[in-house]
Design a protein around this ligand. Structure first.
Ligand code: 3HC
Length: 300
């Protein structure tokens, strides 16, 4: 029996090559996941050689870690390194069946990226977006084929977190949705179909948790005390999580939620200060990788 909202598997198209737009941390984690789980060539693109080299370098480094942990054989490790390539041009997407974007979280940037991708790919190629909060319908609205766009929202760290939110927009057709579901399952993720509304489901729930945490801290409870309370209910303190997902993304998510749902959500001045100061989060990692408060943030 099909789970609620899942499309007919028979409509899914085969995926033999994947394009990834962006070579940042999220995009690189995605490139590795697609190569490892689908075993198909993955080409990553970004604006300049330096970013592309950094993204490919990240993938190679993670493959080396998997090799050291004996999670992949030496043969598989060199195979994966060959599968993931990078370029500053999107020409390599011409024969891709699937392209996923993980670029800056801004509607106009993502629309522009999809327009550029559409100019290169075949009419049947499915376009996935890893947006964490933006409208899928609006993102697709300027394309010649808006029916091929599907939201495909992963969680950090991508290799570890099992969930994948799959979001059809108003125009998304069943074949694109079926391809997205089949791909999500092949990637080993638990796929849920969610509605195209601000921040979908997980980030909306998480936004309330993070917001209340920030309110408690901003009202004077020391972070260490709040974190001991959190340890009773969540795997990771909120400000550590902010460091993991990136402060600008966390702030953007709060802004989207406040815009959509008003004062049910909270814009934390602490988070805004962390972003304005360009810090990585409330914490830095010590030499053993454990989180320690960043003195520069504490002084803000
Ligand atoms: N990248 C890759 N692998 C990682 C990783 C990373 N950044 N961090 C941890 N891992 C791996 C470890 O290597 C380890 O794998 P192994 O078993 O092969 O050695 C495994 O995860 C478990 O790690 P640890 O034993 O070191 O630590 P924990 O047991 O504490 O688990 C955690 C780490 C899974 C990250 C856990 O702390 C957790 O679940 N945190 C919450 C994460 C979360 O809520 N994510 C959602 C964020 S919201 C989001 O992403 C949406 C976006 O739109 C903002």
């Amino acid at each position: 029996k099909r789970p609620a909202g899942a499309p007919d598997k028979a409509l899914a198209r085969p995926v033999t090559k994947v394009g990834v737009v962006g070579a940042g941390l999220m995009a690189s984690q995605l490139a590795l996941l697609f190569a490892r789980r689908l075993g198909v060539p993955v080409v990553m693109t970004d604006l300049d050689e330096e970013r592309v080299a950094k993204g490919v370098g990240y993938v190679h480094q993670e493959v080396d870690t998997l090799l050291a942990k004996r999670r992949v054989s030496p043969d598989k490790a060199s195979f994966l390194k060959r599968l993931v390539t990078g370029s500053t041009s999107k020409e390599g997407f011409a024969d891709a069946d699937l392209v996923i974007e993980a670029v800056f979280e801004e509607m106009s940037v993502k629309q522009q990226v999809f327009a550029e991708v559409e100019a290169v790919v075949s009419p049947e190629a499915v376009l996935l977006t890893n947006t964490s909060s933006l409208s899928i319908t609006e993102m697709a609205s300027r394309l010649a084929h808006p029916e091929r766009v599907v939201g495909f929202h992963f969680f950090n760290p991508v290799a570890v977190m099992p969930l994948l939110e799959i979001i059809p927009g108003e125009h998304t057709d069943e074949a694109s949705l079926a391809t997205a579901f089949a791909t999500g399952r092949a990637l080993g993720k638990t796929c849920i179909r969610v509605t195209d509304s601000a921040s979908f489901v997980v980030n909306r729930l998480l936004g309330r948790f993070m917001g209340e945490y920030s309110r408690i801290v901003d009202a004077g409870t020391p972070v260490e005390v709040a974190d001991r309370a959190v340890a009773g209910m969540a795997p990771m303190p909120p400000f550590v999580l902010v460091g993991l997902v990136g402060p600008p993304i966390a702030l953007h998510n709060s802004e989207t939620l406040v815009r959509a749902f008003g004062d049910r959500f909270y814009l934390s001045p602490t988070l805004a200060r962390i972003v304005a100061a360009g810090r990585r989060g409330y914490y830095l990692n010590d030499e053993r990788g454990r989180p320690v408060p960043d003195p520069e943030v504490e002084a803000l």
